[in-house]
Write a protein that binds this ligand. Structure first.
Ligand code: G3P
Length: 217
């Protein structure tokens, strides 16, 4: 399973990179707006920092606008993936960009039917937002299970699942058990994944006992 980091914060990206945990980055306009730089400046910096896909979202509404914008965004780095919200204009744009060899990520995806259409359009990736489904009392992980089952039924589907809107380590564990190719994880959740109270207690105990046997720091 690949881990993408769900942030546009360069320091957080560098921190996760030092741990070997950045196979790619996902951004959206909300994440970019937190950083106080223009989207282009920041995405160019992130692209230099990261070896792997850097996902950038379009803001165009019509197919024509999306395709035009995507072609500009694609020049901001070596491996830019164009995030496109799913609707009919977005799907038309995905098809056109796929034929032109531009990688796409169909985002704001909340149902298995949308996942089928995204795959048929030729999306490189899809981003089902599981946390936002949980927020409104639908089980986001069940959606991942459904999409995995559907995509596995058809050899011709090459679209990869990026589990997004991840809110806790259990989301990551369950997504991995279901065989999602990628999970995009916010930095705070990556921190939580490394922690365990028994690990902390064990380290403290070992350090205490090490003093008794003459081990000095
Ligand atoms: O990658 C999608 C993600 O940024 C959305 O997360 O927490 O705003 O639902 P959230």
């Amino acid at each position: 399973m690949k881990i993408f980091i769900d942030t546009a914060n360069l320091n957080e990206i560098r921190k996760a990179k030092a741990l070997g945990l950045v196979d790619g980055v996902t951004t959206n306009p909300t994440l970019l707006a937190k950083e106080g730089e223009t989207a282009e400046t920041l995405i160019r910096k992130i692209s230099k920092e990261v070896k792997g896909p850097v996902n950038v979202e379009v803001t165009g509404i019509t197919c024509e606008e999306i395709v035009k914008e995507a072609k500009v965004l694609a020049t901001w780095g070596d491996e830019i993936v164009i995030k496109i919200p799913i609707n009919q204009e977005g799907l038309k744009a995905v098809r056109i960009l796929a034929t032109e060899g531009i990688q796409t990520n169909v985002t704001l995806l909340f149902s298995a039917s949308q996942a089928i259409l995204a795959a048929k359009a030729g999306a490189t990736y899809i981003c089902p937002f599981i946390g936002r489904l949980d927020d409104i009392s639908f089980n986001g992980l069940e959606l991942i299970q459904q999409i995995r089952e559907i995509y596995d039924n058809y050899d011709e589907i090459e679209t990869r699942i990026i589990v997004a809107s991840v809110r806790n380590p259990i989301h990551v564990i369950e997504a991995a058990r279901m065989g999602a190719e990628i999970v995009t994880i916010p930095p705070a959740i990556l921190d939580q994944m490394a922690k365990h109270p028994l690990t902390d207690r064990g380290i403290a105990q070992f350090l205490e006992d090490a003093k008794k046997i003459g081990v000095k720091k």
